[in-house]
Every structure is written in C-alpha cells, then in structure tokens.
Write a protein that binds this ligand. Sequence first.
Ligand SMILES: [Zn+2]
Length: 160
Amino acid sequence: MRSSRSGETAQTLILVGLILQGVELATLLLAGFLFLIIVPTFLGGLFVGLALIGVVWLVLVYLFSYARVRDGDYAGARTPTFVFAVLSLVTFALISGVLYLVAYVKLGDAEHEQGPSVAWNVATPAPPSLPPSGSKYCPRCGRPNPPGASFCQACGAPLP
Ligand SMILES: [Zn+2]
C-alpha cells in the first residue's frame, strides 16, 4: 500500500501515545510491585491487575491501530483508533487520548490521499538508466552489456 504524509503523521502520533501509556503502565507496575513488597495489601494486587489490563491494552492498540497504519491500512485503522481515543479519554489518559484523536483525523486525510481504490496503487516505474558508454548491445535481445562482456547478461547470447 502507498503511504501518505498524513498517514505518517498518524503513525507517529499513535506511537507517541503508545509510549506515553507504556510509561504510565511501567510506573503503575513498579508501584504495584513496591506495594506488594513493602505492604502486602490488596492495593498492590490492584495495581498489578490494572497494569496487566494495561499490557493487553497496549497490545491491542499496537495490533489494531499502529500496525495497520504502518502497513498502510488507514481505513482499517480508523475505527479502532477512534475507539482507543475515546477509551483513553474516559479513563483520564488525556494526552494519549488526544494524540489518538488527532491520529484518527489524520487517518481520514490519509485515506483521502491514498485514493479510493487499491487499483491506483501502481508503483511509478523508475526512469530507465542510461547504459554506460561503450556498451555492447546484444544482437538477440538488444540489452546493453558492459564493454568487456563476451556473453549477454540478460539472455546469454554470445556478443560480437
Ligand atoms: Zn541478449
């Protein structure tokens, strides 16, 4: 799939959102383990439990949002990104929520830039490079070959 500028922006935003939530998660996990070690109460277990949910969350965002955007599937990434944005906002992960929300908008632009159909997704052929001067042209297939070549590199025909 073709990538677009908006798509790249969306990819960066989602990545930053993921990193922020990863840091929050690591903090939560560390706090949980410290609690468990120092004061073995249910609170530590609660932290660790929340952190485990957070790990699942990060994997989901990665798979359904980040990986899809990275692969150019902007249409497929839009809805999950919006859901992640809303869920982040309602759980007070405000910065990541806003980042996902902007990424969602950018994905709309990216979809537009990408065009309506995969059929347009044709790679632009590279301009033909000029053969070096003194090339031997193959009498059979016409391909240029290096000056010293005895046989054609494309078809194997003997060169004059
Ligand atoms: Zn040839």
